[in-house]
Design a protein around this ligand. Structure first.
Ligand code: NAD
Length: 421
């Protein structure tokens, strides 16, 4: 009988011992990395729970494989499985080219309202990195996934819609700031209080659950006051209103400082003065990108809007070894729906070569197990990937940069991780 993961009335997942989890192998290098990764997942679960727990994998179709077999890129049955079983995992998918076809990843995010794009960024010793001290990077990014300039409300200059919008802006709102009105295209940036709060709330809850030192709200509120500035303000208000006992905000600190006339304190003084509470602070996006390079140890959980999050995720991933190793997930913490995924694309030139790095998918699986509450299995995987890299037994991407060690195929890397569990 199929066992389903469900969401309990207390907002906590109910995970049976043998849950069914749908997976999409993915296109291009997807089948290679999936085969290597699934062996690791099964072996880790077996080892952690002595055979008492087991995942029943349910193959579902999407992307090129689905198109070739069914004529559809994202069959209804796949979407239904993702809805029904709550948690799923996927390899990379080809973005179909041509009018009217949405990116499959975007379709999944929208259908399941996966409002958090989650990207942990952690350094594994021995990974080639452009940083002097990559071991200081240990962050988790909560990127808002449904709003911002990504909402797709855009109008090309010259279209009737752009003309209507131009007329409205000039004649109704008396906008005088358009430099070249007749050749301007428009994009609308919706940022809501509800959308911002649910994202920032998830980030704070994660920090509390994992005993992390801080949550940084990254924004460009100095320029975009009512969208990104509000994101920051709503975040601070929410933190103080709903998590007062657990957190201490920079806003509160500023107020105390002003009242007591104290000099500006450094980060350590702030922390010690707060009795171990989680610090909620903010950073302007451009400064954050600088600080993430200069003082990454000062940042832990990052809560940010969609576009900032896009840039930040890839920039931070590069600091700790790039896209071959960065895991990710798209999550709705309210319904429990979550899709775990390799963050890189299909690398079509390398399809069926059995050469690419399966770490991104393997570590996404570890995130999935952690999300299910199977922490022992998740930890086994993370540690085994760490050991495999430390031993310099690596795939071609790392081997080329390290210029030493043992070159492994995708499948051999998976086997090595299993051995190191
Ligand atoms: P890509 O990530 O597929 O590849 C870029 C380069 O990164 C590759 O040539 C390869 O050198 C390297 N690379 C990628 N994955 C690697 C791995 N696991 N190990 C080692 N090296 C790796 O990006 P692209 O070429 O821009 O996109 C190809 C296709 O993938 C497009 O159709 C795109 O739309 C799609 N895509 C899908 C996703 C997704 O499903 N999440 C994400 C990005 C791109």
């Amino acid at each position: 009988m199929q066992q389903k993961i469900t969401m309990g009335i207390n907002g906590k997942l109910i995970v049976p011992d043998q849950p069914t989890i749908p997976f999409i192998e993915g296109d291009g290098i997807g089948p290679d990395i999936w085969k290597a990764a699934v062996r690791v997942f099964d072996a880790a679960v077996e080892k952690a729970y002595n055979g008492e727990r087991k995942i029943n994998w349910l193959k579902v179709l999407a992307g090129e494989e689905a198109f070739n077999q069914t004529g559809e890129w994202m069959p209804e049955s796949t979407m239904d499985a993702f809805k029904k079983y709550l948690i799923s995992i996927k390899g990379p998918l080809t973005t179909p080219v041509g009018g009217g076809i949405r990116s499959l990843n975007v379709a999944l995010r929208q259908e399941l309202d996966l409002f958090v794009c989650l990207r942990p960024v952690k350094y594994f010793e021995g990974t080639p990195s452009p940083m002097w001290h990559p071991e200081n990077v240990n962050m988790i990014i909560f990127r808002e996934n449904t709003e911002d300039i990504y909402a797709g409300i855009e109008y090309m200059t010259g279209t009737p819609e752009a003309k209507m919008l131009l007329d409205f802006l000039v004649n109704e709102l008396h906008v005088k700031k358009l430099r070249f009105p007749e050749t301007t295209s428009f994009g609308i940036k919706p940022v809501s209080k509800d959308g911002s709060e649910r994202l920032i709330k998830s980030a704070i809850q994660h920090a509390i659950a994992h005993k992390l030192p801080s949550v940084t709200i990254v924004h460009k509120g100095n320029i975009m006051k009512y969208t990104e500035g509000s994101f920051k303000n709503w975040g601070y208000e929410l933190a103080e209103r709903e998590f007062g006992g657990d957190v201490y905000t920079w806003r509160q600190w500023e107020k105390t400082k002003a009242e007591s006339g104290e000099a500006v304190a450094n980060e350590e003084m702030r922390i010690s003065s707060m009795g171990g509470k989680i610090i909620i602070k903010d950073a302007i996006a451009d400064n954050f990108l600088q600080q993430a390079l200069l003082a990454p140890q000062d940042y832990s959980v990052i809560a940010t809007l969609n576009l900032n999050g896009d840039y930040i995720s890839d920039a931070l991933a590069a600091q700790v070894g790039g896209i071959g190793i960065a895991p990710g997930a798209n999550v709705n913490y309210l319904t429990g729906h979550a899709v775990f995924e390799a963050t890189h694309g299909t690398a079509p030139r390398f399809a069926n070569t059995n050469t690419m790095n399966p770490s991104s998918l393997i570590l996404s699986g570890a995130m999935m197990l952690e999300y299910m509450g199977w922490r022992d299995a998740a930890e086994l995987i993370t540690n085994a990937v760490g050991k495999t890299i430390r031993n310099k037994t690596v795939t071609i991407d790392f081997y080329n940069l390290l210029k030493e060690g043992t070159l492994l195929k995708t499948s051999e890397f998976g086997e090595e991780v299993v051995r190191n569990l």
